[in-house]
Design a protein around this ligand. Structure first.
Ligand code: XMP
Length: 555
C-alpha cells in the first residue's frame, strides 16, 4: 500500500517564525489569516476557501466542509491569490453577508476566484456577488424572505444536487434577489418567493440563495458534500491521522535542535499541543504549569497528576497565585482583567524559563476560533467580542517565538487529534476552562475570599453534573459569583448573602451556544447544596441565555 505523505506538513503554526509583535499583527488581522505566502502549492494538499463577507455563518460553513474531511480556511475578501496558492485551493465558497451588492463600497470577490478556473459556490450574499460581478442583475426584493422555504429543482442532473430530493426544505435569510442570472448561467431551482433560488454554469460556478450550512436546511450538509467532493473533486485528506503526521513533521523542522516550553493549563488544548510537540521533539520540550490562583478547587493537584501520568514530560510547577491576585487588585473591567492576566503569565514564563537558558520556542494551544474572535473591529469582518489572553494580550517585548500547532483547528477537531495521540478520555473530554480562569467568573474585583466562595459553589455544580451523567453532554457547566447580594432567611435569622448563578451550555465549538435544559431535580439539588454548603451564599439562579445574545462566560 502506498503511504500517503502528510498533506499538511507545513500547515501548522504559520506564525512560528515570527517574533511575537509580528504575530500580533496577524492575530489582529493586519496580515490576512497568517498563512505564509511563500510556500509552493503542494499536490498532496487540498483546501476549500471560504471568502468571508461578514456572515454570522461563515465559520459554520468552514465546520461543515471540514466535517466532509476537507481542509477549509476562512479568508478575507481582499486576500490575494499569492497568499493562498500554497494551500492548493480546489474550490471557493462565497459566504453570506449583511451588505447589498448594488450599494457603493459593497465587498466583492477578488477576480482570481473566477479567473483560476476553480469551482465556486456563492451562498446568499455570495450568490448575489457572483451574479453582480459576472454580469447578471440583483435588486431589492419587495418582501424579505426569512426562515423556512421549500426549494423546487428545475433540473435533475446537477452534481451539486446529486442524490437530493426534487423538493426540499431550505433556510432563507435575504432581502435582495436575483432578477437575471449572468450570461451562461441556468436557473437550477426556485422557491415561492425566489424564482431564481439556485443557478449554475458549466464551469462549476453556482449560487444558492439559501443557507446549506444551518441545521434548518436538512439536506444542506449533503449539498456541501457534493460541492467539495463531486464538483471540486476533493479527496478526504483532512483526518486526525494526517494532521498528526503533518504536525509532527512540521514541528521537527521548525524546532530543529532548539528548546520548547509549553504552558499547560490543564485543558485539552494545551495537553494536545504538548503531546504533539513531545512526540515530535521529545525531551527538547519542557512544560510549565502556572498556578495563577484562579483555578478551580483541587485543579493544580489534578493537573500535575494527570500530566505526570499521561504525558511524562519534564514539568515545572510555578505557584504564582499571590502575584496574579496582587496584579488583579482593584481591576474590574473584564478586558483589563484579561490583559493583566496575560501580562503576568508572560512574566512568570520569562522568570521560570530563564533557567532553561536556551529555550527559544513557546508552545500554545491557540485554536482557530481564538484567532477569529480576537480580530479587531478595524478588520471589518468579525467584530471583537473578547480578547482571549492567549492571543490578544501578549506583550510584544516577549522574545520567545510562538509555536501553535492547533491554530487552525476547531475544538472538536482538537479532541479527535487528542484521541489519535492516545490521550485519556478524561483529558480529551474535559470541559473547556477559560485562560483567565475564575477571574472572569467573579464579577467585579477578584479577591481571595470571593474566589473561595466561587470554588465551593463550582465544586457543587461539577459534582452534581458528573454524578448525574451530564458532564460529557454539556459544553461547559460552572458557577458564577455575581456582585449582587440579596436578603434571605436561614432558620429564624435574616441573611444578606451572595447570589450564585449556575451556567450550563451546549455547543459544538463555542461560537454559538444554547443554555442546557438541565433536569429540575438536578437544578434543585445544586441549588440546595450550594445554599447549604457554601457559606455566604443564600440565593442560586440559573442562567437561561443562549449565545448570542449572551456569551458563555459572564465577562
Ligand atoms: P465566550 O464567553 O466568549 O467563550 O462565549 C467562548 C469560549 O471561550 C472560553 N473563553 C476563554 N478562553 N481565554 C480563553 O482561553 C479567554 O479569555 C476566554 N474567554 C472565554 C469560554 O470558556 C468558552 O469556552
Amino acid at each position: 500500500m502506498t503511504q500517503i505523505p502528510p498533506p499538511y506538513s507545513r500547515r501548522v503554526a504559520a506564525s512560528d517564525d515570527l517574533e511575537v509583535s509580528a504575530y500580533l499583527e496577524i492575530a489582529q488581522g493586519k496580515c490576512g489569516q497568517g498563512s505564509a505566502p511563500d510556500q509552493p502549492a503542494d499536490p498532496q494538499r487540498e483546501a476549500i476557501l471560504v471568502i468571508d463577507f461578514g456572515s454570522q455563518y461563515s465559520r459554520l460553513i468552514a465546520r461543515r466542509v471540514r466535517e466532509s474531511k476537507v481542509y477549509c480556511e476562512i479568508i478575507e475578501h481582499e486576500t490575494p491569490w499569492e497568499s493562498v496558492e500554497h494551500l492548493n485551493p480546489r474550490g471557493v465558497i462565497l459566504s453570506g453577508g449583511p451588505a447589498s451588492v448594488y450599494e457603493p463600497g459593497a465587498p466583492t470577490a477578488p477576480w482570481w476566484v473566477y479567473d483560476k478556473g476553480l469551482p465556486v459556490l456563492g451562498i446568499c450574499y455570495g450568490m448575489q456577488v457572483l451574479v453582480h460581478q459576472l454580469g447578471g442583475e440583483v435588486a431589492p426584493s419587495a418582501r424579505r424572505e426569512f426562515g423556512h422555504a421549500v426549494l423546487h429543482r428545475n433540473t435533475q442532473d446537477e452534481p451539486l444536487f446529486s442524490g437530493l430530493p426534487a423538493s426540499m426544505p431550505v433556510w432563507m435569510s435575504h432581502g435582495d434577489r436575483i432578477i437575471a442570472p449572468p450570461p451562461g448561467f441556468e436557473t437550477l431551482a426556485y422557491t415561492e418567493n425566489s424564482p431564481v433560488a439556485a443557478i449554475g454554469n458549466r464551469r462549476g460556478i453556482a449560487g444558492i440563495q439559501f443557507h446549506p450550512e444551518v441545521v434548518h436546511t436538512p439536506d444542506g450538509k449533503a449539498l456541501l458534500d457534493n460541492f467539495v467532493h463531486s464538483v471540486c473533486g476533493c479527496q478526504a485528506l483532512w483526518t486526525p491521522a494526517n494532521f498528526v503526521a503533518g504536525a509532527i513533521e512540521d514541528i521537527r523542522s521548525k524546532v530543529g535542535d532548539g528548546k520548547v516550553i509549553c504552558a499547560l493549563s490543564g485543558g485539552v488544548d494545551s495537553a494536545v499541543a504538548a503531546t504533539l510537540i513531545h512526540k515530535a521533539v521529545g525531551e527538547q520540550l519542557t512544560c510549565i504549569f502556572v498556578n495563577n490562583g484562579l483555578l478551580r478547587r483541587e485543579e493544580p493537584e489534578r493537573v500535575l497528576d494527570t500530566f505526570k501520568k499521561h504525558l511524562g514530560v519534564p514539568l515545572v510547577y510555578a505557584d504564582a497565585s499571590d502575584q496574579f491576585l496582587d496584579a488583579l487588585s482593584e481591576v474590574i473591567d473584564p478586558e483589563e482583567k484579561r490583559r493583566v492576566i496575560g501580562e503576568e503569565f508572560i512574566r512568570v514564563f520569562e522568570r521560570e524559563a530563564a533557567w532553561l537558558g536556551t529555550a527559544n520556542f513557546l508552545a500554545q494551544g491557540t485554536l482557530y476560533p481564538d484567532i477569529i474572535e480576537s480580530k479587531t473591529p478595524e478588520n471589518k469582518v468579525a467584530a471583537k467580542i473578547k480578547t482571549h489572553h492567549n492571543v490578544g494580550g501578549l506583550p510584544s517585548r516577549m522574545k520567545l517565538k510562538l509555536i501553535e500547532p492547533l491554530r487552525y483547528l476547531f475544538k472538536d477537531e482538537v479532541r479527535e487529534v487528542g484521541l489519535e495521540l492516545g490521550l485519556a478520555e478524561e483529558v480529551v473530554y474535559r470541559q473547556p476552562f477559560p485562560g483567565p480562569g475564575l477571574a472572569i467568573r467573579v464579577m467585579g474585583e477578584v479577591t481571595k475570599d470571593k474566589l473561595e466562595v466561587l470554588r465551593a459553589a463550582d465544586w457543587v455544580v461539577m459534582d452534581e453534573i458528573k454524578a448525574n451523567g451530564l458532564y460529557r453532554r454539556l459544553w461547559q457547566s460552572f458557577a458564577v459569583l455575581t456582585n449582587t447580594q440579596t436578603v434571605g432567611v436561614t432558620g429564624d435569622y435574616r441573611t444578606y448573602g451572595h447570589v450564585v448563578a449556575v451556567r450550563a451550555v451546549t455547543s459544538t465549538e463555542a461560537m454559538t451556544a444554547d443554555w442546557a435544559r438541565l433536569p429540575y431535580q438536578v437544578l434543585a439539588r445544586i441549588s440546595n447544596r450550594i445554599a447549604n454548603e457554601v457559606p455566604g451564599v443564600n440565593r442560586v439562579v440559573f442562567d437561561i441565555t443562549s449565545k448570542p445574545p449572551g456569551t458563555i462566560e459572564w465577562e
